[in-house]
Design a protein. Structure first.
Lengths: 121, 230
């Protein structure tokens, strides 16, 4: 429960930064914090108290006399598998956003959002 | 004013979401498809790391899509920054002796560690994505230490395309010689907890490692090449 609250707090800190800050780099930092919060939320959905990581390198995680794993000893690996790829995609998306900032800087020599008024209505 | 409105709005949305997530039981045993993955993962794939056997085998097609998303982000970035000297008023500064010496010592080790992570992806924590990121961080260290450092973009894109073709090709091998795309039972599965085990999973993860490493290195190189050299 405390994990849900903490990751929601991270998400909303990121969202606050994206809404309030005027500096484009700070907005992207906010988006990255949001990314981390979402990943933590998904991971904590698969957590089960008192169980070990889903890496079966010990024999005592098996059911007796077979290669079937004892489900009651391992946490849920599915959210971790989803987050694993999401982290790398997050890095690529951050890099893409930063390249847009580089392009915008080359036009106005500024990364303050107030200096870009062309799209304002 | 702006801040107060933002905090007010975020508090409402946050409380609503918290009450939503409070209904999901935390830390309770799971059912459904995860149970199958955990219970039969070793029998069906022989890979010790269940996360890897989900990412590469059960959801391998999904991972092929994720690799494509990464490729699209890298392509978009090089499209935006292609031959753009956007930051030419910034000069790269000369790095200190400490950084250069540390880079010379650490770069081969970082490369080796990255390769270790993606070769042992089916046995230990880690895999192609993480190993590729470690390798790209080593390349970034080279960029920081030597201001005239260049990567060969042609070689990088060749590695990237070959790795992508390998991934899709391994999938097609499964389609031809077994019953489905990315099927794992084409070659012998081997023994549990050995390096040569888990069928085609290590080969796919090595391809992913090369692809992610090449892609992220090219991405760093694209961003740094917008500044003025020397």
């Amino acid at each position: 429960m405390v994990f849900f609250a903490a990751s929601l707090l991270l998400i909303f800190i990121g969202l606050y930064a994206a809404l309030v800050k005027r500096n484009l780099i700070k907005i992207i930092i906010g988006l990255s914090i949001m990314d981390t919060g979402v990943n933590m939320l998904i991971i904590s959905l698969g957590f089960v108290k008192g169980r070990t990581a889903p890496i079966i390198s010990l024999k005592d995680l098996f059911k007796k006399g077979s290669l079937l794993v004892d489900v009651s000893k391992v946490v849920d690996p599915l959210p971790q598998a989803l987050v694993l790829t999401a982290i790398v995609i997050g890095v690529a998306v951050t890099a893409m956003a930063l390249s847009v900032v580089i392009r915008m800087y080359s036009v106005k020599k500024s990364i303050e959002i107030d200096d870009f008024k062309e799209l304002k209505w | 004013m702006r801040k107060i409105v933002a905090i007010f709005f975020l508090t409402i949305v946050g409380l609503y979401m918290l009450s939503l997530f409070a209904q999901i039981p935390f830390g309770k045993p799971y059912k459904g498809v995860s149970e199958h993955y955990v219970e039969r993962g070793i029998v069906e794939n022989r890979g010790s790391n269940l996360v890897t056997s989900i990412v590469v085998n059960y959801r391998g097609f999904d991972t092929l899509g994720e690799v494509t998303v990464l490729f699209l982000a890298a392509t978009g970035l090089s499209f935006l920054l292609f031959s753009c000297k956007c930051l030419r008023e910034f000069k790269r500064i000369r790095s200190s002796l400490v950084l250069r010496t540390a880079t010379d010592t650490l770069f081969p080790l970082i490369l080796l560690f990255g390769a270790y992570i993606f070769i042992h992806g089916h046995l230990t924590p880690g895999g192609g994505f993480q190993g590729g990121s470690v390798i790209a961080s080593g390349v970034m260290l080279l960029f920081l230490a030597y201001r005239s450092f260049h990567v060969n973009h042609k070689a990088l894109s060749t590695i990237e395309s070959l790795a992508g073709i390998t991934f899709a090709g391994i999938g097609l091998v499964g389609l031809i010689y077994a019953k489905s795309f990315l099927a794992n039972s084409v070659i012998s599965l081997g023994q549990w907890n050995k390096l040569f085990s888990a069928g085609l999973i290590p080969f796919i993860y090595i391809a992913v490692g090369f692809k992610v490493g090449a892609e992220l290195s090219g991405l760093i190189s694209d961003m740094i090449s917008t500044t003025k050299e020397d």
